[in-house]
Each structure stands twice: as C-alpha cells, then as structure tokens.
Design a protein around this ligand. Structure first.
Ligand code: UTP
Length: 309
C-alpha cells in the first residue's frame, strides 16, 4: 500500500467521514441490448412483474437510508420523470372510486424520497453519466446504483456498502463471484483480502480493476456488480479519465485512479444481482421476483411446475 493511501486510510479512520445521503442513478444509456423494446421507451421503465426497474432501484435507496436520488436521464427518458412525479388526477380518480389502496400505491412513489434530475446530453459512457451529477452531489460521499441492475432481497446491497464506507471511510464497490470462464463479460477486480470486523472475509482491498479480461488473464473471478459508494474525489478522477473502450468515459477507469490514489474496497455483498438490461437477465429477474410475490407467487410456482421443460 502506498504512503498516500495509508495516510488517507488513517485520516478516514480518525472520523472525518460523512454520512451517505445521496445516490446517483445513471439511466441515460441507449439500451441497445433490449431492442426493439427500447426503441421508444427507456429500458429502466421496462416492467418487472408490476413495477418499472428503476422503482426497484429507488426502493433499494430508501431501504438503505438514502434521502435524495439524482437520476441521470437523456433523450427519450421523460417517462422516468413522470413516474416519480405526483399524479393528482389519477389519485383523485382512484379516491373517488373508493380504490384507496391503489391511490396510496401511486402516492407513495412520488413521496418516497427527494428526486432530482440531470441530463446527459449524449450517452458518452457510465463514467460521464456520473460526472454530470457532480454539482447535485456536491462535496459528499454518494452511492451509485445502475438503473437496470436489480438486487432483490431484505438486505440491500447499497446499505451493505454504506456500512463499509461509514465504518472505514474509504469507497467500496459491490462484487460477486462469477464462473471463471465468464470473466470476459465483466469488470473484474484485482484485490487482496482485508478482513476486519464486522465485515470479515467479504472485505478486500482493490489493487486494480480490469475491464472484461479473458479468463486466462483475469486476476480473480470477482465481478463488479453495479453498486458503488464513493467519495466525491471520484469526480476529479473522472475529469482526468480519457475515453476508453467504445470511446466512452468508463467509470472503471476512474475507479482505477481512485484505488491507486485514495484506496478502494471491494465487498462481496450478500444477495443476487440481475442485469435486467439484458433479455435473459430480465427474464430471470421477472421469474425470481414473481415467485416471491405474496399475492400470486405460490400460484406462479405451481404453474411453472406444469411446464414441460
Ligand atoms: P449499460 O452499458 O448497461 O447501458 O450501462 P446501455 O449503454 O444503455 O446498454 P446497451 O449495452 O446499449 O444495452 C449501465 C447503466 O448506465 C447508464 C445506463 O442507462 C444503465 O442504467 N448509462 C450508460 C448512462 O446513463 N449513460 C451512458 O452513457 C451509458
């Protein structure tokens, strides 16, 4: 570990860290993997069972203690703003018909937390999307949740990362084990165990990050999952990041700088993620979440058993 990182970790452990109150939800990508569904509607608004994907992500924020989300939108993404806005006419209609539960369901979406929007004029990459949220985040640590990655469950992945940040004072990113022959599909971390209570073996210190390495060159099988808690120093790292793969400003490249200059942890979070921006991932998320539904999960399970697979 370099002296700079040691100094940063020491300063952090002396209690200079701040509470994580804000989250950035990048949702300005074109969603080309999900064409034609995404030709005229945002992939983040595609419905998994009965809610658009981005509502699951916003609910993860609420469950993690986040107070304010900043959604990075772009061309053709207005329905995201409409979804989180209040809908007085619809609420009135439902109340007048005595459908109070539904009215409450609609009202809750606009009241669950503070939502701001900023626009990425062109989809210049995930790193660029995070950078355009800089003014709204300000000089405080924040979470990043990809708008199309779903991690259902009672122990929100973002909360797990916030616990690491608020305990150690250094950025943390969620990772999960993937099959060794699939590393070329993910961002992979080069990390060494850094166990400490209460996080135990789940905590690792990142030495480097590699975008989609061939299995033979992969430093580990721990893939970056789409949840991050970062210090505001990431913005300076992003400013210094040149366009990389696909001519896009990659968040992974800025994280490499952050890891080297300030330190960064990987956390093997508890839970399962679904890349719902991918057709197969979307189907898996739909089946898993439908099976957990209290109203019709059991009936759906019975139906699945009747399928001749
Ligand atoms: P993805 O790579 O999954 O999004 O980015 P994409 O570019 O829309 O996907 P495909 O490959 O064309 O299907 C992960 C998240 O980052 C956002 C996306 O909206 C998604 O939620 N993103 C990506 C941006 O906000 N801006 C970008 O320039 C790129």
């Amino acid at each position: 570990m370099t002296d700079t990182i040691t100094a940063t970790l020491n300063a952090s452990s002396k209690g200079s860290r701040m509470k994580v109150r804000k989250a950035v939800l990048p949702a300005a990508g074109l969603g080309t993997r999900f064409l034609p569904a995404t030709k005229a509607q945002p992939k983040e608004m595609l419905t998994v069972v009965d809610k658009p994907q981005i509502q699951y992500v916003a609910e993860e924020c609420v469950a993690s203690g986040i107070e304010h989300i900043i959604i990075v939108t772009g061309k053709g993404k207005n329905s995201i703003e409409d979804h989180f806005d209040s809908a007085p006419a619809l609420e009135r209609f439902l109340e007048e018909k005595g459908r109070h539960d539904q009215a409450e369901l609609v009202r809750k979406i606009s009241n669950m937390l503070q939502v701001s929007y900023t626009r990425q004029k062109e989809p210049l990459g995930l790193g660029h999307a995070v950078l355009v949220a800089r003014d709204l985040v300000g000089d405080e640590p924040f979470a990043v949740l990809l708008g199309d990655v779903l991690i259902p469950g009672k122990n929100p992945a973002t909360k797990q990362l916030i616990d690491v940040y608020e305990s150690i004072g250094v950025g943390a990113i969620a990772v999960e084990q993937v099959p060794k022959d699939k590393t070329h599909l993910y961002g992979i971390v080069d990390a060494v165990p850094a166990p400490q209570p209460p996080f135990g073996e789940r905590l690792l210190r990142i030495r480097d990050l590699v975008e989609k390495p061939k299995p033979a060159n992969a430093p580990s099988n721990l893939a970056i999952t789409g949840r991050y808690v970062l210090p505001s120093a990431i913005f300076d790292c992003l400013e210094r990041t040149k366009p990389g793969a696909g001519n896009e400003i990659q968040l992974t490249d800025a994280l490499r700088i952050l890891a080297k200059e300030q330190g960064l942890f990987a956390y093997i979070y508890e839970g399962i993620s679904y890349d719902a921006g991918d057709k197969l991932g979307f189907l898996k998320a739909t089946v898993e979440i439908a099976l957990q539904n209290p109203e019709f999960g059991a009936a759906f399970r019975e139906y699945l058993k009747t399928l001749k697979l």
